[in-house]
Design a protein around this ligand. Structure first.
Ligand code: CDP
Length: 220
């Protein structure tokens, strides 16, 4: 198969590191498409909860993943015609997404859908395995992280801004649990591979992080 020449920037990292915000702005600056891969896992979790699917049923969960009727329009995510952009951000969706993301069949069912986002003039995507599994030939791989405490604070602000109730201590606990689950699973674990550039944003503003990624990209 001929190599795909459409550029891709992959930004992987732990929960609430700010990678989504940075990826979206980088995509906008470059006029590239944007894929929030975590939203797909959150959507599978939401649909599983709506249909009262047992979260240990890998086969049914993978069928849900394969048949997701989802449309991304600008910042809105429509599942079966309903705008679920805010609902999928709730912590219960994040926690359940992390649980079902450990299943091979679920991950495989979402693979083609993710790769289809690679369209001209380019793509910026964020997640856990964008550079390692989905787009291993990515032009620029970034591993974006920050301390767990700062991430809990950022997630708190993000939820409050959306009018969703939150508690920093609970968020910190969720983040630490999710880090552990995402990093220790056998399939596509969250890890900083040597071919990805490390961007620690603990003491960086969003625009500083964005500028760093843009500067790396301009030099490749
Ligand atoms: O927003 P946050 O960083 O907390 O999570 P997310 O990116 O929306 O992803 C939710 C969950 O989906 C994560 O905890 C991962 O377990 C899983 N995920 C994954 O396994 N692979 C991806 N490429 C993206 C997300």
């Amino acid at each position: 198969m001929a190599a795909n020449t459409i550029p891709v920037i992959t930004i992987d990292g732990p929960s609430a590191s700010g990678k989504g915000t940075v990826a979206q702005i980088v995509a906008k600056e470059l006029g590239f498409h944007y894929l929030d891969s975590g939203a797909l896992y959150r959507l599978v979790a939401l649909k599983a909860m709506q249909t009262e699917t047992n979260l240990v049923n890998e086969k049914i969960l993978s069928d849900i993943a394969k048949n997701l009727d989802v449309i991304f329009i600008n910042n809105d995510i429509n599942l079966e015609g309903n705008n679920v952009s805010n609902t999928i951000r709730e912590e219960r969706c994040g926690i359940n997404a992390s649980k079902i993301a450990s299943y091979q069949l679920v991950r495989e069912s979402l693979m083609a859908r993710q790769r289809a986002f690679r369209q001209d003039p380019g793509l910026v995507t964020d997640g856990r395995d964008m550079g390692s599994v989905i787009f291993p030939d990515s032009n620029l791989k970034v591993f974006l992280t920050a301390s767990a405490e700062i991430r809990a604070k950022r997630r708190y602000n993000q939820l409050i801004e959306k009018g969703i109730n939150a508690n920093i201590a609970d968020l910190l606990k969720d983040i630490q649990l999710r880090d552990e689950r995402d990093s220790n699973r056998s399939l596509a674990p969250l890890q900083h591979n040597t071919d990805a550039r490390l961007l620690d944003t603990t003491s960086l503003s969003i625009s500083q992080a964005v500028n760093k990624v843009l500067s790396w990209y301009s030099k490749i």
